[in-house]
Design a protein around this ligand. Structure first.
Ligand SMILES: C[S@@+](CC[C@H](N)C(=O)[O-])C[C@H]1O[C@@H](n2cnc3c(N)ncnc32)[C@H](O)[C@@H]1O
Length: 183
């Protein structure tokens, strides 16, 4: 059976450029940040965003424990402000929507900021770059985020950007993801 996590990583790996710039738009406990840091290597750069200091602390701890490269900038701000920090095109962006695992479930990604953040991420994306966006429709805000993102991505010009959705259709509350690829 399909392993969604492995499939996600395989698809987004194709857009990684060693020495390139990436963004983790939802840092959380830093697992994706660490993965990106290793994938671009020590000459690359990773910007990671979260609105919770607990996420920055947890990620800093993980990066230290794992002897990660010194190529990560942790930013305590909402992802929709990413263009204030990232001034160069990115080869890969990752969103893993929802709340901090093991943290406060009332602090979750919200449609009002998620949608502008996705638009910003697309603007920052280099030609040939890719964005992976994981959605958790098992809770109400996640379900709505998924619907709105589908609506928004459906309006984009297919000649400039290709937006795919991978969902297990006979498990509608399971997580699903979008892959956004710029030509
Ligand atoms: C599911 S977790 C991410 C998991 C993370 N990718 C990992 O590898 O551990 C979602 C994170 O998004 C964060 N978040 C919520 N709203 C945000 C916003 N507006 N900007 C950036 N991060 C936000 C939450 O605080 C939470 O830590």
């Amino acid at each position: 059976m399909i392993d969604l996590l492995a499939t996600e990583k395989e698809l987004i790996s194709r857009h990684i450029i060693p020495g390139g710039v990436c963004a983790d738009f939802t840092m959380g406990n830093g697992h994706d940040t660490l993965w990106l840091s290793r994938a671009v290597g020590e000459t690359g750069k990773v910007y990671a965003f979260d609105v919770q200091q607990a996420a920055l602390d947890s990620t800093a701890r993980l990066l230290k424990e794992e002897n990660a490269h010194d190529n990560v900038t942790l930013i305590l701000d909402s992802h929709h402000n990413a263009a204030n920090y990232i001034k160069e095109p990115i080869c890969v962006g990752m969103f893993n929507l929802g709340w901090l695992p093991g943290g406060d479930k009332s602090i979750t990604t919200l449609r009002e900021t998620t949608l502008p953040a996705v638009e910003t991420a697309i603007q920052l994306l280099a030609p040939g770059g890719g964005i992976l966006l994981a959605v958790y429709p098992g809770h109400e805000e996640g379900r709505i985020e998924g619907e709105l993102i589908t609506e928004y991505l459906s309006t984009l010009n297919r000649k400039q950007i290709c937006c795919s959705k991978l969902q297990i259709v006979n498990s509608p509350t399971s997580p699903f993801f979008f892959l956004i690829e710029k030509k």
